[in-house]
Design a protein around this ligand. Structure first.
Ligand code: ARG
Length: 467
């Protein structure tokens, strides 16, 4: 390609007017971003076509030059798509690689494309377009994950399992209800994604280097052509703002944190000790030495990817911290963090969606565990309040004594003889046995948002109407 590779030590053809020699090799290495920002080629070309079209419309360049530029850019798009394009590190970044190729293809008209524009607003545009598209993909992926959970929740609206606090058995819940907790979490992630798309829907192009331009450009026209709601309002802010990248990373970090909690539960639930679920062969691996093992590798890797995503957020916050307005080259370090986090998040959501759809729920094991650990003790206390008129604190105390007795006898609450219960509190009648089963316990929790199957079905219907 025509990047003048023969003139290795000569000055740069894009900005070399005042430079007598080219950069030192180390300078070139630290300065170049083409290794990663080539990912932005489609956005860069789209932005340049919109810009050139506007320049011609405003009479700033001729229609003939615009046609040559657009045709040349289309050719370059095809070359890059097909892998024929040769990227050059000497040309620093994607913007200059494309512009140099345009010059080789169409000659002097290429030099008119950069009128009323700077790489500062150009990179802000390209990156914003890329992040916006990534957010749209994330929104779809989250919708798929939510749909997988809704299906499992529906299937298991009645399946009882132990609910935990401190990872100690707390009260029986339904597996459907537990699934719906994740629907809420990923639903909030998706709402954040939608909000961020709204937030960043402003076009940077035309802010130029930082001060705007004296050419009679039409920023509303380019904004519209590129699918933005409107142009950004302050040219200084426009070239120094990376909030859209930080918002993407914050959203990604929170979503990845949610995914890691789910991953951790999958790891725990799939142990032989818990045995609540059986992972499909598709999402687990064996051990090379222990033939009995089935490892939840995909879940573990999702759990680990969260570290990368959270790290990317902290890295970019640290890059941006204390930067004076407007553009500084520090900001070139924004892209790799976002690209890496986006790839990790996409993969993690896809893996989780697959696992949730595939996993076998062992309802018998969940039910057995739900009944152990005196999980219906609160139901007994509530019964004493409701049926025997005890204040809750007294009922709690009586129930504590009942649990101690069951523990001492090594039996469940429902197996204690009535006479022994009455010896602890004479108000207890045989009606109490009706609330001591896990099914009765979950069925009774009909408060809004509670775990009763009837309530879980309402939650599912609410989400189905919104997914
Ligand atoms: N490669 C640069 C980046 O990613 C493009 C903007 C360069 N602007 C400049 N004034 N040197 O930030």
């Amino acid at each position: 390609m025509a990047d003048g590779s023969s003139e290795t030590k000569s000055s740069n053809q894009m900005w070399g007017g005042r430079f007598a020699s080219g950069p030192d090799a180390i300078m070139e290495e630290i300065n170049a971003s083409i290794g990663f920002d080539k990912k932005l080629y489609a956005q860069d070309i789209r932005g340049s076509i919109a810009h050139a079209t506007m320049l011609a419309h405003q009479g700033i360049i001729s229609a003939e030059d615009k046609d040559k530029i657009v045709h040349g850019l289309d050719t370059i798009l095809t070359e890059i798509d097909s892998g024929a394009f040769e990227f050059s590190r000497r040309l620093e970044d994607i913007h200059m690689n494309i512009e140099a190729r345009l010059a080789a293809l169409i000659g002097p008209a290429a030099g008119r494309l950069h009128t009323a524009r700077s790489r500062n607003d150009q990179v802000a545009l390209d990156f914003r377009l890329w992040v916006k598209e990534e957010l749209q993909k994330t929104e779809k992926a989250l919708t798929g994950l939510i749909a997988a959970f809704l299906d499992r929740a529906e299937e298991h609206a009645e399946t009882v399992m132990p609910g935990f606090t401190h990872l100690q058995t707390a009260q029986p819940v339904t597996f459907g209800h537990h699934c719906m907790a994740y629907v809420e979490m990923f639903g909030r992630d998706r709402a954040r994604v939608r909000h961020a798309i709204e937030h960043m829907d402003e076009s940077p192009i035309g802010a130029a280097a930082l001060a705007g331009t004296g050419f009679p450009i039409d920023r509303h026209m380019t904004a519209k052509a590129l699918g933005f709601r409107e142009p950004t309002r302050n040219s200084i802010d426009t070239v120094s703002d990376r909030d859209f990248a930080l918002e993407f990373l914050s959203i990604a970090a929170i979503a990845a944190t949610h995914l890691s909690r789910l991953a951790e539960e999958i790891v725990i639930w799939s142990t032989p000790q818990f045995g609540f679920i059986r992972l499909s062969d598709a999402f687990s691996t064996g051990s090379s030495i222990m033939p009995q093992k089935k490892n939840p590798d995909a879940a573990e890797l999702v759990r680990a990817k969260t570290g990368r995503v959270n790290g990317s957020l902290v890295a970019l916050l640290t890059v941006m911290k204390g930067l004076p307005l407007a553009y500084s080259k520090d900001m070139q370090e924004d892209k790799e963090q976002v690209f890496d986090a986006a790839e990790s998040l996409e993969l993690a959501i896809a893996a989780m969606t697959g696992m949730i759809r595939d996993v076998t729920i062992r309802a018998d094991r969940m039910k057995a565990a739900a009944g152990s650990g005196y999980s219906t003790a609160t139901d007994l206390a509530d019964w004493l309040v409701r049926e025997a008129g005890l204040p809750f604190r007294d009922a709690h105390h009586v129930t504590g004594r009942v649990v101690a007795l069951a523990e001492q006898k090594g039996c469940d609450l429902a197996d204690l003889p009535l006479a022994e219960l009455q010896a602890i509190n004479s108000a207890i009648t045989d009606k109490v046995y009706g609330v001591l089963t896990v099914e009765a316990s979950v069925a009774s929790r009909t408060s809004f948002g509670g775990t009763a199957p009837s309530e879980v079905r309402k939650q599912i219907a609410w989400w189905r109407a919104r997914n």
